[in-house]
Design a protein around this ligand. Structure first.
Ligand SMILES: Nc1ncnc2c1ncn2[C@@H]1O[C@H](COP(=O)(O)OP(=O)(O)OP(=O)(O)O)[C@@H](O)[C@H]1O
Ligand SMILES: [Mg+2]
Length: 257
């Protein structure tokens, strides 16, 4: 196989039998899945099943696990500019302007970078580039966090319940914005969410992470392809059928605490 075709057929993210223990207790048990270039995948599962733990391991923020995580064939060695991470709260630095926050990966005062202006323009925030985070609404702050995640032109965005702190209307707008941004930047996304409708609206695949009965550790219990055409209609009946399948999967799981 030539180098070019090898890199095209290789998954962007390859999670290989990842297991994790906290204080001797198994939290993740041989989790394995792949994500292709530009693919949007949601991760759902009962509270405590290890979703955030898994995302932190993929982000390179936690290297204390068994198994292997490869990004474009290369074993994960720690945080990487090829990954953008977005959390539930925007986590902006309060003393830096919006523009300086977006460019923070390049250094503390790099908001003058022309890429920042382009990105802020893309999310409708060009007019607040010099504002401080405290002057923003929750939805605006999360838009800043989204473009900060894209600043290093990552191949994959990792998002942990990114829209759960905003109202329902803002949430729908942010979902559409995420779709537009992943498309225009050619970025794949792995999104943790508790909202099945959000998972179905956004994703090419939904992974259900759940502990099998009798164990406490999360495994990939279902990997469901969402083949509804795009752009999607939130009221699409085929999405409702897949929602029922996901709910059945979730109802069959045990809650971990
Ligand atoms: N730093 C830690 N030390 C010990 N145990 C931890 C630590 N972080 C998480 N855990 C435990 O690991 C398990 C998985 O936690 P995790 O935060 O990954 O779950 P989650 O699926 O993201 O849950 P939620 O949906 O509520 O966010 C839980 O039982 C949790 O108590
Ligand atoms: Mg979590």
């Amino acid at each position: 196989m030539s180098t070019v075709s090898a890199s095209l057929s290789r998954p962007l993210l390859d999670v290989r039998a990842v297991s994790k223990h906290y204080d001797g207790r198994a939290v993740l048990d041989r989790v394995r899945f792949e994500i292709g270039r530009g693919e949007i995948v949601s991760l759902v599962g009962p509270s405590g099943c290890g979703k955030s733990t898994l995302l932190r391991a993929i982000a390179g923020l936690d290297r204390d696990f068994d198994g292997e995580i490869r990004l474009d064939g290369v074993p994960q060695q720690g945080p990487s500019a090829r990954l953008g991470v977005i959390f539930q709260e925007p986590r902006l630095l309060p003393w830096l302007s919006v523009a300086d926050n977006v460019a923070f990966a390049a250094g503390p005062r790099r908001g003058g970078d022309p890429r920042v202006a382009e990105l802020l323009n893309e999310v409708g925030l060009a007019n607040v580039r010099d504002a401080l985070p405290k002057q923003l609404s929750g939805g605006m702050a999360q838009r800043v966090a989204l473009v900060r995640g894209l600043f290093s032109s990552p191949d994959l965005l990792l998002l942990d319940e990114p829209f759960s702190a905003v109202d329902a209307m803002t949430r729908m707008r942010l979902q559409d914005l995420l779709l537009a941004l992943t498309r225009s930047h050619g970025t794949a996304a792995l999104l943790v969410t508790h909202d099945l409708d959000e998972a179905l609206y956004l994703s090419d695949r939904v992974l259900l992470l759940a502990p099998p009965h009798g164990t406490g550790a999360g495994r990939v219990a279902r990997d469901i392809a969402i083949d509804a055409p795009r752009p999607r209609d939130r009221r699409d009946l085929s999405l409702a059928e897949m929602r029922a399948e996901l709910l059945d999967g979730l109802n069959g799981t045990v809650w971990q605490h």
